[in-house]
Ligand binder design. Sequence first.
Ligand code: ATR
Length: 265
Amino acid sequence: MFGHPINHSKSPVIHRQFAAQLSEQLQYDAILAPLDGFADSWQQFVAAGGKGGNVTVPFKQQAYQLAEQLSERAKQAGAVNTLYFNSAGQLCGDNTDGIGLVADLQRLGVNLQGATVLLLGAGGACRGAIGPLLDAGVATLVLANRTVSKAEAIAINFDHRVSACGYGDIPSQPYPLVINATSSGLSGERPDISAGHLQHCQLAYDMLYGAKPTPFLHWAQQQGVAQQADGLGMLVAQAAEAFYLWRGKRPDVTPVLALLQQQLQ
Ligand code: ATR
């Protein structure tokens, strides 16, 4: 796993757990790449025998540039989080973040078929999520962002199911699922939307996670939303999809998620 910073990365623990579960031999470490030196770091890793890896902030766009083959979902996301070599020796870039989100929502019992979703935020986290949500059956996706032009620039890449707006003009309709894909929680804040949009919400989901509920999830709970979930499940699920790309085996996310939740306490 390549990132900057890497000190809080849970990916090594997750992948070692997956490998143990499936009796696979795997060495998985976190590598601190220099901010301007991701490609060099990757080449060194390959020269030393590296077979594949994950890429996290801030290198997902650089990995996208480096890959010789891109999956459809990587193209849609404009970012790569998983690298591997195909049988022809070409470097392939994929993005498992969105499918990880979908898998986690399904684990939580959400039926995405025909669903109406309110997605907050228009940064990298949201871009990778939209295609997989639509592929999973979402019928209406309202993309709301503090800076409306960023939401519009993303929505234009999708069909009529996706619309963009600012926080002040979110259409009034029931949203059973509201997803926070902003980084507002990192600064102790939440997206400034009206509480009315949570009135019909059954699950409030935040892509961030931590020892305590994020400000958005805390607020959703105060508003009476029945179920809240943070992004730890998405983290484990995207890792499971990456593991599958490398090894062709699907790990069970449940015990690994339980372990991480325990470690966060
Ligand atoms: P990344 O690509 O890593 O997600 P980003 O492009 O900076 O990072 O996007 C961060 C997202 O969080 C954006 O949608 C940002 O809103 P703006 O586009 O209006 O800046 C959103 N965000 C960050 N802090 C926020 C806050 N306090 N309230 C609402 N939205 C916030």
